[in-house]
Design a protein around this ligand. Structure first.
Ligand SMILES: Cc1ncc(COP(=O)(O)O)c(C=O)c1O
Length: 405
């Protein structure tokens, strides 16, 4: 057999996949697993969106099952522009938007369009697992900047400056973030933009959770004149409308970057999922989107609060910052894991196998995630979240000795 690429060897297999495999095996054996792990919304797609897609499929099956232009169907791009104006009060032009297969493809296309070998890309961590990997796929080098719990996970701008070299090309981060739920504060956003301007850096902002905010407001980088010509905003229909499996998202940014992303897309996915683009058209009607957001935020906020209360009651030595947005609580379990003498990955795998509770280990999100655990609060109702936390507490007391009960 021939050799595999150097790239493949540089990409670490994600422990999240390993954990998901364990969950599917337990479920196969009929064991109930409390799902506090993946960022999978548990609310179904809105009824009107479903009805609309079904009617379109019946009326015009050929169009719904055909290719679309690479950059996406024009009606959807126009609807996104209206949506950005309505929710973000920002003006975006048609040639500044490209439709993608989820935020994942947006992140990859932006990286491929912007980075060359030797470039360095600053990644705020702990954060979403894909950032260092898309940078590596594009041939560039990820440079981590740690966001500390004591600063509410806001990046330290002086530290950011100290990481910049003449090879630095961009900075990537999410707001609200995964796994911490922190929203970049307006002063920090301003500072970030100034630094990017001074050093001529691209800014890639992942806005996957921009509508899932419980306290505070989303920072629209595009509103800032100095950010506009250097910022690519990555978006998805996976999270607020709960369309993860439809694989749909979009990116907006300077038209030269967007057209370059589209050029690469011609040779990767060709175009995004057509039924998903049609469903998204309906979701973006303000009446429907506002209804979905209200319903979803109300449920997720109650679940977040239930998780916080259970943590305070049962796992009181875990340290965390109340997540202002997104779907996760990121907790420092150092005290417990040191006592048990295990690392966060061993804890994750053992917990799911012995107690049937699925969480994600903190190291998956970057070096500073060591000894942390990410607990998702959107996937289960309040009772099941509480039960999950009680089982985690049981495990922490018993350690590794007991088999699954
Ligand atoms: C911050 C962030 N960005 C991007 C993604 C990928 O989402 P998509 O389904 O849109 O590819 C996720 C998924 O959890 C995420 O948390």
């Amino acid at each position: 057999m021939g050799k595999l690429s150097k790239l493949v060897n540089s990409l670490q297999p994600s422990p999240i996949r390993e954990m998901l495999k364990a969950v599917s095996e337990l479920k196969y054996k009929g064991i109930d697993v409390i799902q506090l792990s993946t960022g999978q919304p548990s609310l179904p797609l809105d009824e009107e969106v479903i009805e609309f897609l079904i009617s379109k499929l019946k009326e015009d099956p050929l169009t719904v099952s055909s290719y679309t232009p690479t950059g996406g169907i024009k009606q959807l791009i126009l609807k996104i522009i209206e949506d950005l104006k309505y929710f973000g009060k920002i003006e975006v032009e048609e040639n500044e938007v490209v439709i993608t297969e989820g935020a994942s493809e947006g992140l990859l296309l932006a990286s491929l369009a912007l980075f060359d070998d030797e470039d360095e890309v600053i990644i705020l961590e702990p954060s979403y697992v894909s950032y260092p990997n898309v940078v590596l796929i594009a041939g560039a080098k990820p440079i981590f900047l740690t966001q500390k719990m004591e600063n509410g996970y806001q990046p330290d701008l002086e530290e950011l400056k100290s990481k910049i070299t003449n090879k630095t090309k961009a900075i990537i981060f999410a707001t609200p973030d995964n796994p911490t739920g922190r929203i970049i504060n307006p002063q920090i956003a301003k500072g970030l933009i100034e630094i990017a301007k001074d050093h001529d850096l691209w800014i890639i902002v992942d806005e996957a959770y921009k509508h899932l905010i419980y306290e505070g407001e989303h920072i629209w980088f595009w509103r800032n004149e100095d950010a506009r010509n250097r910022t690519i905003c990555i978006n998805t229909f996976s999270k607020d409308p709960a369309m993860t499996g439809f694989r749909l998202g979009y990116a907006f940014g300077p038209k030269e970057v967007i057209s370059s992303m589209e050029r690469i897309k011609q040779y990767t996915t060709l175009c995004s999922n057509t039924p998903a683009q049609i469903a998204a058209l309906k979701y973006l009607e303000p009446r429907i989107k506002e209804r979905v957001l209200k319903y979803t935020l109300d449920i997720y906020k109650r679940r977040r609060d239930a998780l916080i209360n259970s943590m305070l009651e049962f796992i009181s030595e875990a340290r965390f910052v109340k997540p202002a947005g997104a779907m996760y609580l990121f907790a420092d379990f150092s005290k417990y894991l040191k006592n048990l003498n295990i690392d966060d990955k061993t804890f994750m795998m053992d917990l799911v196998n012995k107690k049937g509770v699925a969480v994600i280990n903190g190291s998956s999100f970057g070096p500073s995630g060591k000894n942390h655990i990410r607990i998702t609060f959107v996937g289960e109702n309040e009772n099941r979240i509480n039960k999950g936390v009680i089982l985690i507490n049981e495990y922490l007391k018993e350690g590794r000795k007991n088999d699954f009960k």
